[in-house]
Write a new protein. Structure first.
Length: 459
């Protein structure tokens, strides 16, 4: 990074939006994974034109560039692996439009997901995707990773709600894909090629999102179980009742104890509970009442020791608040976490838990699990002492065994978090050489010099 190149960035953006101090370079060099590499320079563009100017400079000088949102990712997808320029989009945080007539919202990439949900719900609309980090994560990052969350079982993931994008290509051109209409089959579907591409094909600068009417009523149930197996079997029972809940969250006993110790509350379950299910149904009052009855019937049939109904919205919000603190609360179990978001077909969830228990026993590890049981997406957290090299080695062995087992069950090694650089060594477990080669050709078409978010996805 020469003085002359630095001056070009400062001319393009203004000196106050170009940072080279050690603290900034280190802070923007990590995300929630807590691994990465310091940036050489951090820039904060305020518009699409700014982003394009920065990208053109990077392309001219052959400098690696990494787009960054809120930095809440768990696979290192938004941090440098070899220095370069971190392009933080934090200034691009406006909700540009909420179109009630056409049921769409247009936003910049760094709008916080929860803020968008609050804004559209004030006018009776609903944006369903709800990652656990919704009060910290941003829409652009959700789009880049195709985030999901508890409501994915009924409503789907982020990709179901992205109608169009504005993006800057790695060569500096600005493109617009899709639009405000739900149906559009003109040419290749570039919009959904970019969704989930982890910032390796383009830098997203504007997003057109589909909204739906807000459900008028939600009912939340909490059921406790003496075993994880009983809780898992209840999920199948709910489906056999022909109910499609807005969310079915399963939390095992280790996770419950960790969150109770961390937050000093036991609102999720009494001490000693082996597992719980949080189930939420939504819709018009008559259907919600009927579905809640069916859900409770399935929970009790599976052996639930207690079924509680949230009495009001405050109690409902408290249950979900504690659930969303689970991932951070696992620090009470051990200092280092290998957090994996594997997914299997719903009917294979019992087999997945059996696999995890077998791996934990054979490798002598603590592996708390929780997640979205409705769509088969379970967060498997391998907890280790960072000072114990032998335990870390056993954890890495467990990772591969987990991924191989999940793929053998016709599942996937990542349902929400993406690959980044942390899962890149395992991608060949799921993808064939031919598939990887095809993806690399797509990458080369967008990014001929390999400058955008290098070191991600591919081993």
């Amino acid at each position: 990074m020469t003085t002359g190149i630095l001056a070009q960035f400062e001319t393009a953006l203004g000196a106050e939006y170009v940072r080279t101090d050690e603290q900034s370079r280190a802070a923007y060099g990590t995300d929630a994974l807590k691994r990465g590499h310091p940036a050489d320079i951090v820039v904060l563009p305020g518009s699409t034109a700014d982003v394009a100017a920065v990208v053109r400079l990077c392309a001219e000088h052959r400098m690696p560039m990494v787009p960054r949102g809120a930095g809440t990712g768990y696979t290192g997808g938004a941090v440098p692996t070899r220095g370069g320029v971190v392009i933080s989009l934090e200034r691009m945080n406006r909700i540009l439009e909420i179109d009630e007539a056409n049921l769409i919202a247009i936003v910049e990439p760094n709008v916080i997901t929860g803020d968008l949900q609050d804004a559209v719900e004030k006018v009776g609309l609903f944006y369903p995707p709800d990652p656990a980090s919704l009060r910290q994560s941003v829409i652009g990052g959700n789009v880049a990773e195709c985030a999901g969350g508890p409501r994915a079982f009924k409503y789907g993931t982020t990709k179901q709600y992205v109608l169009g994008l504005e993006a800057v290509l790695p060569t500096g051109e600005i493109v617009e894909t899709g639009g405000k209409v739900v149906k559009n089959v003109v040419g290749y579907d570039l919009t959904h090629l970019l969704v989930g591409s982890e910032g390796t094909l383009a830098i997203i600068t504007k997003i057109i999102l589909r909204l739906v009417p807000k459900p008028p009523l939600q009912a939340t149930l909490r059921a406790t179980f003496r075993s994880v197996e009983a809780a898992v079997s209840a999920v199948g029972g709910i489906i056999r009742e022909r109910v499609v809940p807005a969310a079915i969250e399963l939390i095992d006993g280790i996770s419950l104890e960790a969150v109770a110790r961390n937050l000093k509350v036991r609102s999720l379950a009494p001490e000693g509970t082996a597992a719980i299910l949080l189930v939420e149904v939504d819709g018009v009052p008559a259907s919600v009442a009927e579905e809640a009855i069916r859900v409770e019937r399935a929970l009790l049939a599976a052996g639930a020791t207690e079924v509680l109904h949230a009495r009001d919205d405050a109690e409902r919000q408290e249950l979900w608040r504690v659930r969303r603190e689970l991932s951070l609360s696992l620090k009470m179990v051990a200092g280092l976490k290998f957090n994996h978001d594997v997914v299997v077909p719903k009917a294979r969830i019992p087999a997945l838990f059996a696999l995890v228990q077998r791996i934990a026993s054979e490798r002598r590890l603590r592996i708390p699990c929780f997640g979205h049981a409705g769509d088969g997406n379970i967060h498997v957290n391998i907890m280790v002492d960072p000072a114990d090299a032998d335990e870390i080695q056993r954890a890495h062995e467990a990772e591969r065994l987990l991924f191989e087992g999940v793929v053998a069950m016709e599942g996937s090694i990542s349902g929400e978090h993406g690959i980044g650089f942390s899962k890149a060594p395992f991608i060949t477990i799921e993808l064939s050489p031919e598939e990887i080669a095809l993806m690399k050709r797509v990458k080369a078409a967008f990014d001929p010099h390999g400058l955008l978010n290098p070191g991600k996805i591919f081993p």
